[in-house]
Ligand binder design. Structure first.
Ligand SMILES: NC(=O)c1ccc[n+]([C@@H]2O[C@H](COP(=O)([O-])OP(=O)(O)OC[C@H]3O[C@@H](n4cnc5c(N)ncnc54)[C@H](OP(=O)(O)O)[C@@H]3O)[C@@H](O)[C@H]2O)c1
Length: 337
């Protein structure tokens, strides 16, 4: 095996403009770890939050830093004590950057830790429910698209305890999390009202939304309140910053729920209403979660939502597109060798 690999690399905190593709030493697995030849990796906004240093006080990175959490690939080497996987196994999952270990353990312990997925090879902790076998029928790009978005959507669904027939407004339905959450809500027989630009209306309806509010031409709060004067049963926010949530809470019926995935979370006591169930979630993997998501993707009722594919050499551009361009579903980097 060559001793070096190609990887997307950051040499300091900053914007995605600082990312470059470089040769890096191939990471080797320590005890309890596996080395994976990455076939596909998916981008997440969280990669860029870490890169910009937004969490540097609690989760400092080490440089050079290889971004990327979500991956799918094949096990190429196992560390001492690993029995769950063998060389040649097809796997997928997600991990926080290894340097953030102490923070990750406190914040989202069920995730694995990784050397970084935007590379030809990555090392991950084997004994984490956020890394698992990939079913043969699920191709690598679909598997890589699932972990963070799917686990976040699952957490939101659990937090919301959505019942059949309930009205749920999803703000930010067109991105990675929304593209898993909307089908999950539809299968739970919720009546989904999705925000989407005009170009994405068909997309969110295909995912299972029954109503659409174009957030570019309409005030979402005013329009939802016009359609549902007594309020919707629940709102899921996956797009707006905390300071917008007081306004958003006006669209929720008395005794309803407002679930949020956007950080930083609102301060306690932010809301004027005390009748709402409010929660900000963090993605986490329970044993069986990834397997369940993969099964749903295989069964076909979790539609593929891959917005764009890139080659590894274009990985830095993919991160710039995530910030600057309109995206639909997930952006995927394929590691061509
Ligand atoms: N708490 C956690 O553990 C966790 C985990 C994963 C993600 N997140 C957070 O959840 C959010 C969504 O993640 P994601 O991966 O789905 O992001 P994404 O793929 O970038 O999607 C965000 C979507 O929101 C849409 N949007 C932007 N502004 C909007 C507005 N004002 N009203 C309605 N929709 C709007 C965007 O559409 P346009 O492209 O048209 O602007 C985009 O489709 C992010 O803030 C992310 O950091 C949190």
């Amino acid at each position: 095996m060559n001793e070096t690999m190609r990887a997307v690399v950051a040499r300091d905190y900053g914007s995605p403009e600082l990312l470059a593709v470089e040769d890096m030493p191939i990471p080797r697995p320590g005890p309890g770890q596996i080395q994976v030849r990455v076939e596909a990796a998916a981008l997440n906004g969280g990669d860029l939050d870490l890169l910009r240093g937004r969490m540097a006080d609690v989760a400092p990175l080490e440089f050079p830093h290889v971004p990327g959490m979500d991956f799918a690939g094949t096990v190429t080497e196992i560390g001492e004590g690993v029995t769950r996987f063998a060389v040649g196994d097809d796997v997928f999952g997600t991990g926080f950057p290894r340097a953030t270990g102490r923070f990750s353990a406190a914040f989202c312990s069920p995730l694995s830790l990784t050397s970084g997925a935007m590379a030809e090879y990555a090392v991950l902790d084997a004994d984490a429910p956020a890394v698992t076998h990939r079913p043969p029928a699920l191709d690598a790009e679909r598997a890589a698209a699932l972990p963070i978005s799917g686990l976040t959507a699952l957490q939101l669904l659990r937090e919301g305890q959505i019942q059949p027939g309930e009205t749920v407004l999803v703000i930010g339905a067109t991105g990675g999390v929304g593209s898993v959450l909307v089908p999950l809500l539809a299968v739970a027989e919720a009546h989904v009202i999705a925000t989407a630009g005009a170009d994405d209306e068909d997309h969110v309806r295909r995912l299972g939304a029954e109503e659409v509010i174009d957030y570019r031409t309409a005030d979402v709060v005013a329009e939802a309140s016009r359609r549902y004067p007594d309020g919707v049963d629940a709102v899921v926010n996956i797009a707006l910053p905390a300071d917008r949530l007081i306004d958003v809470s006006r669209t929720v019926r008395r005794g309803g729920r407002l679930m949020n995935a956007v950080h930083p979370a609102p301060e306690p006591g932010t809301y004027e209403r005390d009748d709402l169930a409010l929660g900000t979630i963090n993605s986490a993997a329970r044993p069986g979660d990834l397997e369940e998501l993969a099964g749903w993707a295989n069964d076909g009722w979790l539609p593929a939502a891959i917005g764009r594919r890139y080659r590894l050499d274009d990985g830095p551009r993919a991160y710039r597109d995530l910030v600057q361009e309109h995206t639909r579903g997930k952006l995927i980097v394929m590691m061509d060798r």
